[in-house]
Design a protein. Structure first.
Ligand code: G
Ligand code: G
Ligand code: MN
Ligand code: NA
Length: 249
């Protein structure tokens, strides 16, 4: 309850900030995009992780306002970043908003951000959450030229059959799998298999949570397209973006 009121105040008073985590080509050198990740810069408590306040925002209905705030700010900031992709997370709750597509469209128009550079990250809960209206929204977003990424792939109930049916452009392998490379033969085999099947369906694969050279080498070996993780770069404030833009393809 307290946190809810605090969060409402934070949105109103501009205490939220967008950080950006670079995404790399499989060589681990060329920057191909950035994932927008919200941060709460609290006046007394310092940085508060979205892991703490996103669930509260979802329970209280503040989430869509928050996500649209992130989308608007990220599009405005990233507009001049050449042709790199911008990935933005949306909550399943956002897809219960009747005019979600209209809100996204207006933000793209007002910021002048090209839809082809935008990728919306959704979680598989959206596909399994018994929200038929979500599919219409996803289709509408795709018709606008926006790409759809399935986040945290493998952590839940996703199957590649669903991915084909729902026309996902990118799958992001959950960091739990990446972190088990070298520890678990099963994790390595699953990643290999997911990459092969995704490639056969012309879907791009991004591995999340890459923290070691060994993990990167394995992902290169199996033909993963893109990588993201602390080995290469963590989320950075917009003031630090320049050094990564210099490495953009
Ligand atoms: O950045 P961090 O790893 O702390 O993020 C924790 C969780 O919060 C992740 O699951 C991430 O997807 C989610 N998250 C980060 N930023 C946003 C956002 O702007 N909107 C939504 N809905 N989720 C976000
Ligand atoms: O659920 P989602 O994938 O959107 O979550 C992204 C979160 O993962 C971000 O909050 C970011 O801080 C975190 N993250 C990014 N790279 C790494 C990594 O290499 N290791 C770990 N443990 N977390 C990471
Ligand atoms: Mn994400
Ligand atoms: Na993820």
């Amino acid at each position: 309850r307290d946190l809810e009121l605090e969060l409402q105040r934070a949105l109103a008073e501009g205490e939220l900030a967008v950080y950006y985590q670079p995404q790399f080509a499989i060589d681990g050198e060329a920057v191909i995009g950035f994932e927008a990740l919200v941060r709460w810069v609290h006046p007394t408590q310092g940085l508060i992780s979205p892991g703490e306040f996103i669930p509260i925002a979802e329970q209280t209905g503040l989430i869509t306002e928050l996500d649209m705030w992130v989308l608007r700010n990220a599009c405005a900031q990233a507009r001049g970043w050449g042709s790199v992709k911008l990935a933005v997370n949306l909550s399943p709750v956002d897809f219960r908003t009747r005019d979600l597509e209209a809100q996204v469209k207006r933000i793209l128009e007002e910021t002048g951000f090209p839809p082809e550079r935008l990728e919306i990250e959704i979680t598989e809960n959206l596909l399994f959450g018994n929200q038929p209206e979500a599919f219409a929204s996803l289709a509408a977003l795709r018709r606008m030229g926006i790409r759809i990424a399935l986040d945290d792939f493998g952590s839940g109930y996703s199957s590649l059959g669903y991915i084909r049916r729902f026309r996902v452009d990118t799958i992001k392998i959950d960091r739990g799998f990446t972190q088990n490379i070298g520890q678990s033969d099963d994790a390595a085999a699953i990643i290999d298999c997911v990459v092969r099947l995704a490639r056969a369906l012309a879907i791009t694969v991004t591995a999340e949570g890459v923290e070691t050279r060994e993990q990167l080498r394995y992902l290169q070996l199996v033909g993963c397209h893109h990588v993201q993780g602390y080995l290469l770069a963590g989320p950075v404030p917009v003031s630090s973006i320049e050094r990564y833009l210099e490495r953009a393809t």
